[in-house]
Design a protein around this ligand. Structure first.
Ligand SMILES: *Cc1c(COP(=O)(O)O)cnc(C)c1O
Length: 396
C-alpha cells in the first residue's frame, strides 16, 4: 500500500493518541531499519528499548515460529512450561530470591506491584497502610493507577478522579519527608527514562534502601526501561547493589512480543484469585523471552555487551565534546544514554535533522536526546550512526 493512502487510513480509523511520524518502515535487520522507499536508518531507539536483540533476529523469529506451531495460548488455568522456565531464569540470572507474575506490559507489571504494596500494607501494621511514594518526573504507565503513580501533573488533566494513596517526593532526599504512618511502599526508577535519563546516585539509593528496610516500607523498582541488560546487568538494581522487595520489567524482555513481569521477594503475598491475567505469561511471549534471555545472557557472559557499552559511550562522549555548545552534558547508564541539549528548540532541530540523515534518536524530558540502541548493535552500525549524526550537526 502506498504511504499516502496508509497515512490517510491511519488518520481516519486510528485514535489520535500519538504524534506519529508517518514514515512507513517495512523491514529491519539488526539495528538497521528500511522504509518503503528503500532508505535505511540506524535505529538508536529500538522501538523505545523494546527490540533488545535487534530487528529481524533469526533466533527470536525461529523461537516464536516453533512455539506458535505447537501452542500459542492455553490460559493460566494450566501448566505453561516456558512460563515456569522463564520465571526460573529471571530469578537465577538476577540472583534475587523472588517469585514472578507475568503480565502484558509495563503498566500492567506496575499494577501488580501496586497490588503487592497494598496487600502488604493491609497485612503489616495496626493501621491499614496504603500510601505509595513516587518521584517527580517519574513515568510508570498509562492506566488510571499507574498514571496517578506517575508524578507529572500535566498528564493527569481530564482523567480524574484517581485512586487515593499516591504521594509525590521531589527527589530521593525528599522521600523521608513524605513518609507517614500509612506509607507502605516507595516506587521509583533508578534512571528516569521519560524524565530526562538521570541516573540516581548509587550511595543515595543504597542509603534509601537501608532506611526503608528499617521502616518496613517496601522498595519497588520500576525496571520497565532499565531492565533486561540495558544497564549492563540484567537489572539496574544489581548495578546499584540493592535488593529491592519488588522489581517490575517489560520493554526489552521478549524483544517486541508484549510481556510484563513483576518479581517480588514476598513469595507468598498472593493467593489464588488475588491477581491474574488472561494473556499474561502465555506460551508465545514466554518462549520469546526465554530466547531473548538466552541471547543476552551469552552476550553478557562473553564480555561483548560491556565492550558495546564502552564503545557507544565513548562515541557519545566524543560527540558531546565536539559539539559542547549544543550538548551540555552526556548522561546515562549502560546502553540507556542521553545528551542534554541546551534548549528544547535545538533538541527538536537535532532530532529532525538526525531522522532526515537516517538515524532514529528519541526524546526524553524537556531537553534530552535519548539513545536506547539494541544490545546486539554492531560496531559498524554504531560507526555509521555517529557518522550521520556528525554530518547533520555540522549543518545545524
Ligand atoms: C514504558 C514504561 C512504562 C509503561 O510501559 P507500557 O508497556 O507502555 O505500559 C512504565 N514504566 C517505565 C519506567 C517505562 O519506561
Amino acid at each position: 500500500m502506498n504511504a499516502q493512502t496508509l497515512k490517510q487510513m491511519d488518520l481516519d480509523y486510528v485514535l489520535h493518541t500519538y504524534a506519529r511520524n508517518y514514515t512507513h518502515f517495512v523491514k529491519g535487520n539488526g539495528a538497521t531499519l528500511y522504509d518503503d522507499k528503500g532508505k535505511n536508518y540506524i535505529d538508536f531507539g529500538s522501538g523505545i528499548a523494546v527490540c533488545s536483540v535487534g530487528h529481524g533476529n533469526e533466533r527470536l523469529a525461529e523461537a516464536i515460529y516453533k512455539q506458535a506451531k505447537h501452542l500459542i495460548h492455553t490460559s493460566n488455568l494450566y501448566l505453561i512450561e516456558p512460563q515456569a522456565k522463564l520465571a526460573k531464569k529471571l530469578v537465577e540470572l538476577s540472583g534475587y530470591d523472588m517469585r514472578v507474575f507475568f503480565a502484558n506490559s509495563g503498566a500492567e507489571a506496575n499494577e501488580g506491584a501496586l497490588k503487592i504494596a497494598r496487600k502488604f500494607g493491609e497485612e503489616n501494621g495496626e493501621l491499614k497502610r496504603y500510601q505509595i511514594i513516587t518521584l517527580d518526573s517519574s513515568f510508570h504507565g498509562r492506566t488510571i493507577s499507574t498514571l496517578k503513580a506517575t508524578a507529572q501533573s500535566k498528564m493527569h488533566q481530564y482523567f480524574g478522579p484517581f485512586p487515593d494513596g499516591f504521594v509525590y517526593a521531589k527527589d530521593l532526599s525528599d522521600i523521608p519527608n513524605k513518609i507517614s504512618d500509612v506509607t507502605c511502599a516507595v516506587l521509583l526508577e533508578l534512571v528516569q527514562g521519560e524524565g530526562g535519563i538521570t541516573p540516581f546516585d548509587k550511595q543515595e539509593v543504597q542509603n534509601l534502601a537501608k532506611f526503608l528496610k528499617e521502616k518496613n516500607i517496601l522498595l519497588m523498582i520500576d525496571e520497565v526501561q532499565t531492565g533486561i541488560y540495558r544497564s549492563g546487568e540484567l537489572f539496574a538494581s544489581q548495578v546499584y547493589g540493592i535488593t529491592p522487595d519488588v522489581i517490575t520489567t517489560a520493554k526489552g524482555l521478549a524483544g517486541g512480543v508484549p510481556i510484563g513481569a513483576v518479581m517480588t521477594s514476598l513469595k507468598n503475598i498472593f493467593s489464588p484469585s488475588d491477581h491474574g491475567s488472561t494473556f499474561g505469561g502465555n506460551f508465545l511471549s514466554t518462549s520469546a523471552a526465554l530466547e531473548v534471555l538466552e541471547i543476552l545472557s551469552a552476550l553478557k557472559q562473553s564480555g561483548e555487551l560491556e565492550r558495546t557499552i564502552t564503545y557507544f559511550t565513548q562515541k557519545l562522549q566524543n560527540l558531546q565534546k565536539a559539539y559542547h555548545e549544543i550538548f551540555i552534558q552526556e548522561v546515562g547508564l549502560g546502553l540507556m544514554r542521553g545528551l542534554r541539549v541546551k534548549d528544547a528548540e535545538t533538541l527538536s532541530a537535532f532530532l529532525e535533522s538526525s531522522f532526515k540523515n537516517g538515524v532514529l534518536v528519541l526524546k526524553s524530558g524537556k531537553n534530552t536526546a535519548r539513545f536506547l540502541p539494541s544490545l546486539t548493535i554492531t560496531k559498524e552500525e554504531i560507526d555509521l550512526g555517529f557518522e550521520r549524526l556528525e554530518s547533520c550537526l555540522k549543518a545545524l
